[in-house]
Design a protein around this ligand. Structure first.
Ligand SMILES: Nc1ncnc2c1ncn2[C@@H]1O[C@H](COP(=O)(O)OP(=O)(O)OP(=O)(O)O)[C@@H](O)[C@H]1O
Ligand SMILES: [Mg+2]
Length: 221
């Protein structure tokens, strides 16, 4: 059984008098342990698909089944709980809180987890070590390079040890060599057991994944 199964997924947005059909019927199955990249032109629906997978964007039609659970049939608080336990999300622009240190940023997803404060600090420390930032845990985001900020965002996504890691354009703002480092890190996390679904513009990133899915005008081609 795939860990992610999407059936007949549609998403329309209303903007003013206009209706935008961002996804027009997507079927997709992703196996546990796979590393999948999603590619397609700007506006093709990639972020829409990923945010729906992340439980953050209700589809207009269709189903998202994750780890055997029909995501959007869960009541609100159960959905939040499912997200906290199973999903890690790395956003298009890192979304770090500027006045919190790297360690505090990484601790954020643990806020709703029942754990002692000291254990949370330790988990965040470990996650930062895993991304190679064990020596910079007390820095504020603006005291870190772009690649380091990205790695803090990745540490934050993995601090809960999620089964599924979703990343939207994680190397979009990085130079080539930093981008390669970040991709190697995702590969490493994948090899350690995490299922990775990543949106990317860069065809070279596809080389790190097991499979590339092309999306065009809201459909998988
Ligand atoms: N909240 C929204 N309201 C209205 N339209 C939206 C909204 N979000 C996305 N869209 C539209 O849906 C379509 C798909 O957008 P989406 O963000 O999924 O594209 P994308 O493939 O991620 O693009 P990019 O590569 O530029 O990030 C676009 O036409 C976009 O303008
Ligand atoms: Mg996008």
């Amino acid at each position: 059984m795939p860990i992610i199964a999407i059936r007949g997924l549609k998403k329309s947005y209303a903007s003013g008098n206009e209706k935008v059909d961002a996804l027009k019927g997507v079927d997709l199955a992703i196996e546990a342990g796979e590393f999948v990249t999603i590619m397609g032109k700007s506006g093709s629906g990639k972020s829409t698909l990923l945010s729906i997978l992340g439980g953050m964007n209700h589809p207009t039609a269709g189903e998202v089944e994750m780890a055997g659970v029909n995501l959007y049939q869960l009541p609100g608080e159960k959905l939040a709980d499912f997200r906290a336990r199973h999903l890690g999300f790395v956003f298009q622009s890192f979304h770090l809180i500027p006045f919190l240190t790297a360690l505090e940023n990484v601790m954020l997803p643990l806020a709703i987890v029942k754990m002692k404060k000291a254990a949370k600090r330790e988990a965040a420390h470990k996650a930062l070590e895993r991304v190679g930032l064990g020596g910079k845990v007390d820095r504020l985001p603006n005291q870190l390079s772009g690649g380091e900020q990205e790695r803090v965002a990745i540490a934050r996504a993995i601090v809960t040890n999620p089964h599924i890691l979703l990343a939207d354009e994680p190397t979009g703002n990085l130079d080539t060599s930093t981008s390669e480092e970040v991709m190697a890190l995702f590969r490493e996390l994948n090899e350690a057991g995490q299922t990775v679904v990543m949106v990317t513009h860069n065809p070279e990133n596809g080389a790190y994944s097991d499979r590339t899915i092309q999306i065009r005008d809201g459909v998988v081609v």
